[in-house]
Design a protein around this ligand. Structure first.
Ligand code: TPP
Length: 565
């Protein structure tokens, strides 16, 4: 006879789970009792929100399913923004929650919350397990659903009596779960693929618009090969950074609200947009009716629900990006560079409209990120928080490969970065993991300094400290007449706080300290916090105001390469 909790742990191990991020409580005591001597690593975070973000960071860095565990009621509710974050960015996680005993469900019992009801719209699927015999099959199905098709979070709610129930081994349901109606389409339709190639052959101003789906599908190599075959310029979304090396001559960087000017011009002028694993998010398209108006559109996506959601493509292809692109490359007739004048035009835009960096002896965040990129040679795993820090990092770090860049894109969750960096390090302990944070975001999960100290997680924490909720302050400056309503943050002694947790740190307030400070942190054998006092009023440019066309940027250059604003 085995308890439900024992079956759960066994099932997790069968799925190859090696690490769980969690926080205990009454409803999950049976699971914690099993974990006491299980051959499974459990990381005790200091807030359930950090558990789910860590599981998410682990999943993004490794490509495997991340797992988190919380108790019922308040514990489960603390997972919500992390589950929603994973859902918006299609990250495979399995969240395990405790629940009150089945007999008390619906009674407003102590620490009860209807977590399957609450998370229904933000999970790919969720389960309330009412019988211990179902645990194994449920775990199997959950991992399968989370990690196939368009990846996403799955929640399993486990009532306490189900966890303590004893079941004979032969009673445990096993085998392959039957998932009626769930059959992701992996292979693209060959006729559509041929049509797409025809459009490419005939294009004069083509652009690839690559999203996070390229990285999720492991399709970067194929994407770059297709681009090289016909010399197609590539722009990526925030989530697609790393799909093509930053230094690749065809790479235009990010597009959209804080994209490069040249990417936004290229997309606006294009006559063919090849969207791969991207979802035409409003931060990318700006005013939809003005987005790529001259372009025919090919849309490749694994999720049929994405096709036609925001734009109607001329050639829709449902399938796994890796498989579709491989088929395209196979069928492609070699035509060489299809449009030299277009490449020349794009090059000219790039030359005349570069991202701006200022070297005036002050501490500017762009320079810090460029220096970090130089010192790590574009390597490492770079995790960001949300706000200006995120956009500066996206713009200026020279990412080389997929799964190097971890950031909350769709939901934009402050407090995500620090715990996600912890999870990423557990996935890739040989990598240098750096979290770049705003002073506001960092304070949202600052308690995880304790977790870092306890497990000696050698993450490097780079705070771009402007003593503001910077991105909101930027909007207030530009669109609310400089009325800085509740966005100023008082100075915090972050180094002192780090020290209190037993973590080393340094405050940096002059430009000539930047290089040495970064080197010190990177060389240090353990976690290290750098508190950079950056120019307080610095903005992220260029910027497409909400609701404008992406070619209408604030902070752009004039066409000779000089400054407009
Ligand atoms: C949980 C959460 N609350 C509020 C916001 C809205 N928001 C977006 S950016 C931002 C300011 C971020 O400030 P900070 O972390 O200091 O970073 P900075 O922009 O200064 O780099 C806020 C409040 C959010 N994205 N997430």
């Amino acid at each position: 006879m085995k308890t439900g909790a024992a079956i759960l742990i066994e099932s997790l191990k069968e799925e190859g789970v090696e690490i769980i991020f969690g926080y205990p409580g009454g409803a999950v005591l049976p699971i914690y009792d099993e974990l006491y001597d299980a051959e499974l690593t459990h990381i005790l975070v200091r807030h359930e929100q950090a558990a789910v973000h860590a599981a998410d960071g682990y999943a993004r860095a490794s490509g495997r399913v991340g797992v988190c565990l919380s108790t019922s009621g308040p514990g489960a509710c603390n997972l919500i923004s992390g589950i929603a974050t994973a859902n918006m960015d299609s990250v495979p996680i399995v969240a395990l929650t405790g629940q009150v005993p089945t007999g008390m469900l619906g009674n407003d019992a102590f620490q009860e919350s209807d977590i399957t009801g609450i998370t229904l719209p933000i999970t790919k699927h969720n389960y309330l397990v009412k019988d211990a015999r179902d645990i194994k099959m449920t775990v199997k199905a959950a991992f399968y659903i989370a990690g196939t098709g368009r990846n996403g979070p799955v929640l399993i709610d486990l009532p306490k009596d189900v966890l303590t129930a004893k079941v004979a081994a032969e009673e445990v349901l096993s085998g392959e779960p039957e998932l009626r109606g769930y059959k992701p389409t992996l292979k693209g339709h060959s006729k559509q693929i041929k049509k797409a190639l025809e459009l490419i052959y005939n294009a004069k101003k083509p652009v690839i618009y690559a999203g996070g789906g390229v990285i999720a599908a492991g399709a970067s190599e194929e994407m770059v090969r297709l681009a090289e075959l016909f010399c197609l310029p590539v722009t990526t979304t925030l989530m697609g950074l790393g799909a093509i090396p930053a230094v690749h001559p065809l790479n235009l960087g990010m597009l959209g609200m804080h994209g490069t000017e040249y990417a936004n011009y290229a997309v606006s002028e294009s006559d063919l947009l090849i969207a791969i694993g991207a979802r035409f998010d409003d931060r990318v398209t700006g005013k939809l009716s003005h987005f790529a108006t001259h372009a025919k559109i090919i849309h490749i996506d694994i999720d049929p629900a994405e096709i036609g959601k925001n734009v109607n493509p001329d050639v829709p292809i449902v399938g796994d990006a890796k498989s579709v692109l491989a088929d395209m490359i196979c069928l492609a007739e070699k035509k060489g560079c299809i449009s030299e004048p277009w490449l020349e035009q794009v090059k000219l835009w790039r030359k005349n409209h570069p991202l701006r960096v200022v070297n005036d002896g002050k501490v500017h965040p762009q320079n810090i990120i460029r220096k970090l990129s130089e010192l790590l040679d574009g390597g490492g795993i770079i995790v960001s928080e949300v706000g200006q820090n995120q956009m500066w990092t996206a713009q200026h770090y020279g990412f080389k490969k997929p799964r190097q860049w971890i950031s909350s894109g769709g939901l934009g969750t402050m407090g995500y970065g620090f715990p996600a960096a912890i999870g990423a390090w557990f996935a890739k302990p040989d990598e240098t993991v750096v979290v770049i944070a705003g002073d506001g975001s960092f304070q949202m999960n600052i308690q995880e300094l304790a977790t870092v100290a306890q497990y000696k997680v050698p993450v490097k924490i780079v705070i771009l400290n402007n003593m503001y909720l910077g991105m909101v302050r930027q909007w207030q400056e530009l669109f609310y007449d400089r009325r800085y309503s509740y966005t100023e943050l008082p100075s915090v002694d972050f180094v002192g706080i780090a020290k209190a947790y037993g973590i080393q740190g340094m405050r940096v307030d002059s430009v000539d300290q930047i290089d040495e400070a970064l080197r010190t942190a990177l060389d240090y054998d353990g976690p290290y916090l750098l508190d950079f006092q950056i120019e307080r009023g610095e903005n992220v440019y260029p910027m497409v105001p909400a609701g404008a066309a992406i070619s209408e940027m604030i902070g752009k250059h004039n066409h000779n390469g000089g400054s407009d604003t």
